[in-house]
Design a protein around this ligand. Sequence first.
Ligand SMILES: Nc1ncnc2c1ncn2[C@@H]1O[C@H](COP(=O)(O)OP(=O)(O)OP(=O)(O)O)[C@@H](O)[C@H]1O
Ligand SMILES: [Mg+2]
Length: 312
Amino acid sequence: MIEVQNVSKFFGNYPAVEDVSFKVEKGEILGLLGPNGAGKTTIMRIITGYTPPTSGTVKVAGHDILHDSMAARAAIGYLPETVPLYTDMTVREYLLFQAAIRGVPNNKKGQRLEDVVETVRLNDYVDTHIGKLSKGFRQRVGIAQAIIHEPSVLVLDEPTIGIDPIQVVETRSLIKSLGGGDRAVILSTHILPEVSMVCGRVVIINEGRVIAEDTPANLALRLQNSRQVSADIRGPTKLVTAAIEKIPGVTSIHRESFEGHSQYIVECGVGNDCREELAKVVVANGWGLLSMQAKGMTLEEVFLELTTQEEA
Ligand SMILES: Nc1ncnc2c1ncn2[C@@H]1O[C@H](COP(=O)(O)OP(=O)(O)OP(=O)(O)O)[C@@H](O)[C@H]1O
Ligand SMILES: [Mg+2]
């Protein structure tokens, strides 16, 4: 539904987005994750046709965003980083106005208004002036205007930013309910747990480039083997430590002693799983391997690992 191919965007000489490619299929919720200034908003503005890419192509629902922009844009609902709401309009007036702009037929506007207001749970506020709504409720109006014309593609730029924790929980489940079915959703965020909670797949971008793309669970898995191994070993600590140090890829060892055995936290370099070697060494020396575990990484650690690697 969304096909981004080799997209770059330069502001002057500055490459805000460089050679970015990814797809979002029907029924998918894709998270665009990256720190401030990574290029998330720029990518979304390109997908929605608000900014042309310097190079590369974007197709939305099969339509090229540059050459077939009316058809492409008709398929899109967009929650921009800052929603241009008219604060002196009521929610009803504003949403009916948006429905008209987005080509909802006159005889359907009333029903669409009822539906979206129900979906984003603004029922009690339809006749409230937007200027009097809290930030979280304004964000709901923003989401409501994005879905009023039943778009098959939904682009949400930091949909939960500035919303209190309780409303964030609601907004996240709302977004989940908007995904699935025939719709493709892409959302941007720099909040890691949000991605695990809402998105089926995540594209991590840093300094304008895609540095990883996978399911949140796989991203965490990808590096977990290579990180820390915790092993309980019975044996002479000096000899054990010396032997572990010799295992290729081991970068550091931390030891804690217990009655009759020691726990070793062994750090292996990225891409290295030293568990097998470790087991062999212990067995070969006739020591006791009481337990061994690869310590998992949170998505946060993966993110930091990937972004700092990129900088290195
Ligand atoms: N219109 C513009 N003119 C010049 N530079 C721009 C323009 N828009 C964005 N940039 C630059 O492009 C880079 C990417 O910006 P972008 O807004 O896409 O990042 P972001 O990932 O959305 O960040 P944030 O998390 O802060 O919203 C930044 O360095 C920004 O300063
Ligand atoms: Mg942004």
